[in-house]
Design a protein around this ligand. Sequence first.
Ligand code: NDP
Length: 234
Amino acid sequence: MTHWTLVTGANRGLGLELVRQLLADGARVVATCRQPGRAQALNALAAEYPGHLKVLPLDVGDAASREELAREWPLAAGREARIGLLVNNAGVLHGGERFGALTEEILDDSLRTNVVGPLLLTQALAPLLADGARVANLSSQLGSIAGTTRFGTPSYAISKAALNMATVQLAHALRERGIVVVALHPGWVRTDMGGAQATETPEESVAGLRRVIAGLGAADSGRFLDWTGASLPW
Ligand code: NDP
């Protein structure tokens, strides 16, 4: 049976480019985003690849939305369908934080979206993951504790460091089913988040991430890798 790939935050940026590349390779994809009705690029792809792309609503930070996605799965993909690759891509970066003016609201939102969302979504979808599936959590070099040498975007950095620990916890929880869970840094990529000065294009980054995912073995579960396959310090 063909497995599906599920991508969160698929309406723009890296998520959208990933969906594009997967479809071009013949994969079956469930692309999720907060507002499918406004996801023009995704809806155009759904028309171009009928039967291969389903677009479903998901706010990763919302418990009811995560549960609804798990309930919708059999209707969208089929009762027997399983997820071969889950890409926890959705993420948020609140810029402009200053020490002395940090807020609970921004910390809460960053942790909810970047850590609680991917961790609890993976838990909710675990029964739908195929044995031997891959789970890729889009982390960031900015979440590397060893690599941090200055103050900057603390809510984001803290949330990605926590996502790295969530990745290791999930790797242990899912190991006996042969499921490999990794934290991946995509490079500095020209998206809304990365900005125009970023060094990598979404096409290059996603191609690299896909090569890394395709090359993963059981021993890689719980690792923190970048888009070239290099290991990053925690
Ligand atoms: P973008 O800001 O371009 O896109 C972010 C995506 O996440 C959007 O689709 C957005 O949806 C979605 N999203 C945000 N919050 C939620 C939520 N609560 N529920 C569902 N979807 C949500 O970011 P990128 O594409 O650049 O980044 C993708 C991932 O890669 C992120 O996890 C990011 O942290 C990581 N990353 C990116 C880097 C870069 O240089 N670009 C560097 C390192 C890591 P909406 O349109 O509804 O807001």
